[in-house]
Design a protein around this ligand. Sequence first.
Ligand code: ADP
Length: 182
Amino acid sequence: MQGKSGCGAIEVVYGDITKEHVDAIVNAANPELAGGGGVDGAIHKAAGPQLLEECKRLGGCLTGDAKTTGAYNLPCSWVIHAVGPVWRGGLANEDELLACAYRRALEEACRIGAESVAFPAISTGAYGFPAERAARIAVSTIRLFLEGRPEMRVRLVAFSKTSAHVLKQALEERQAEEGSWK
Ligand code: ADP
């Protein structure tokens, strides 16, 4: 979906983020940056063992923050490791921490000059964040960040048909709210 003039574009795609030919992919990492299951495991597996070596030198990453590494055997140039919150029922600042993880990942993308960035649905797997709520936060945070950055292209990569539907719905809702967004 194209952004209005002066705004970067956001689109939802269905697939495996490790196959994305973009400047940077975002990893839904843990605070130890130690690799793990889910998308984190898939990214480390596809990148090769050097990714974990580089991660170990970073000294971890706080929840809501993001750090960048090389991409090794992946078809992108960088991996931005963003740490989303574990869902604890909604009263532990999870919404703001999730927004913060998206924002920090986008700030990292700008810092390294990455114009195309692919995100997984951070925190919605093992971390248990409700998918619809997470999708609305992802879309609104990214949308705000892309204002005044027309060169940027963000791909929300859904790993299931259900996730793709939820993300598309959140994007359409946001578009409807803004009216003029085509
Ligand atoms: P978290 O611990 O942040 O919840 P998970 O990896 O468990 O991270 O899940 C985050 C999201 O990433 C889930 O929606 C999951 O289905 C999705 N996912 C898992 N593997 C991939 C992949 N290879 N590409 C894109 N998304 C993936």
